[in-house]
Design a protein around this ligand. Structure first.
Ligand SMILES: N[C@@H]1[C@@H](O)[C@H](O)[C@@H](COP(=O)(O)O)O[C@@H]1O
Length: 375
């Protein structure tokens, strides 16, 4: 998991906005092969939208060939209600950029048949080639989209009853009147999010700190559905210092250090993009007796649906440049003794340059001497 920590909300959102712009530009979308972007609502991504609009107005990015799918929508309030997610998205983002209205997809919380609406939404995502980057926020109870505590981690787009905590949190948008907050919503499922090629969650403010702690430092748990990102091959959390308040100092330092090391090595922690060529079929297992026999165990038919649904092969193959995910972050690399480091690093490609034979033995000697002295 990539975990980016910035001093404040503005810096965190600026990182996310820049990241999205880079991903779109790198992808170079066309009408035939658009970039498919999943989007959230809420106050956390507001600055991201503002900055994306700024970048668009500065002529630095175009949304002409971007297709969007929003995460969720309330059930039962009119589409043009000021607090509907339709209104939110047009007010804060879509009406300020050159996106084609026909490329915007938002669930219809007033559909005659809500179930059918959800199934059709999944079909639309699939038909668009899957989501390239799903941007998300997080609820105070750790929910992603409206996947409230207890949501199945294999869930798909569906009707969801909102948790009391969420109704309470969102009442601030409805004049603090609980009775005005919709009690149900349509939302993409946890599995829908996990199937995106990349997931980026922006988490800002001390209110989110307890949830962030559970999602980062504790195990995958349906009570904190953002924690399911631990199962994704390319998740990224971007947060401000306030959101880290409940994390251990050690965790914060660890992730900050990872980012610093990556940067020092010339990685910007951005996935090299391989242009998508359309929906990739699920890999099939071919078992053959032909020579030479494979020594790699084939996936077993008992592999869970969840794991089969997110195979690494579905995500962009990193071919050209190495990715930070593969960068060794080993305690061994901090050892300043070439001989010992070589012994602890079996992979020849990761080994340091071999030192002069004389020098090496003198380093080894001094190590041994030091050990004797310490003993
Ligand atoms: N369905 C949305 C979520 O997608 C969002 O992440 C959450 C947090 O919103 P905020 O950023 O305003 O705290 O609000 C709602 O519940």
């Amino acid at each position: 998991m990539r975990f980016i920590i910035r001093d404040d909300e503005e810096a965190a959102c600026s990182y996310v906005a820049n990241y999205i712009v880079d991903r779109i530009k790198h992808f170079a979308p066309t009408p035939r092969l658009p970039f498919v972007l999943g989007l959230p609502t809420g106050s956390s991504p507001l600055a991201v939208y503002r900055l994306l609009v700024d970048r668009y107005k500065a002529g630095e990015v175009s949304f002409e060939n971007v297709v969007t799918f929003n995460m969720d929508e309330y059930v039962g309030i009119p589409r043009d209600h000021p607090e509907s997610y339709h209104s939110f998205m047009w007010k804060h983002f879509f009406s300020h950029v050159n996106i084609r209205p026909s490329n915007v997809n938002i669930l219809d919380g007033n559909a005659q048949n809500l179930e059918a609406e959800c199934i059709a939404y999944e079909d639309k995502i699939r038909a668009a080639g899957g989501i390239d980057l799903f941007l998300g926020g997080i609820g105070e109870d750790g929910h992603i989209a409206f996947n409230e505590p207890g949501s199945s981690l294999a869930s798909r787009t569906r009707v969801k009853t909102l948790a009391y905590d969420t109704i309470l949190a969102n009442s601030r948008f409805f004049g603090n009147d609980l009775s005005k907050v919709p009690k149900m919503a349509l939302t993409v499922g946890v599995q829908t999010v996990l199937e995106a090629r990349e997931v980026v969650a922006v988490v800002v403010g001390a209110r989110k700190a307890p949830a962030l702690q559970r999602c980062v430092e504790q195990a995958v748990n349906h009570m904190w559905t953002l924690s399911a990102l631990q199962l994704h091959p390319h998740p990224m959390l971007v947060c401000d210092e306030d959101a880290t308040l409940e994390l251990r100092v050690k965790t914060v330092k660890y992730f900050k250090n990872i980012e610093q090391v990556a940067r020092a090595q010339g990685f910007e922690q951005i996935l090299p993009s391989t242009v998508r060529t359309g929906p990739t079929p699920l890999p099939t297992t071919i078992i053959t007796d032909e020579f030479p026999p494979s020594t790699i165990p084939s996936p077993q038919p008992t592999t869970s649906r969840l794991l089969r649904a997110t195979p690494a092969a579905e995500y962009p193959v990193r071919s050209r440049s190495p990715s930070p995910d593969f960068m060794p972050d080993r305690m061994a690399s901090r050892i300043n003794e070439p001989a010992l480091l070589r012994r602890l690093t079996p992979d020849p490609e990761q080994q340091p340059q071999r030192a002069e034979p004389g020098l090496e033995s003198s380093v080894l000697m001094s190590t041994m001497t030091m050990k004797i002295v310490i003993t």
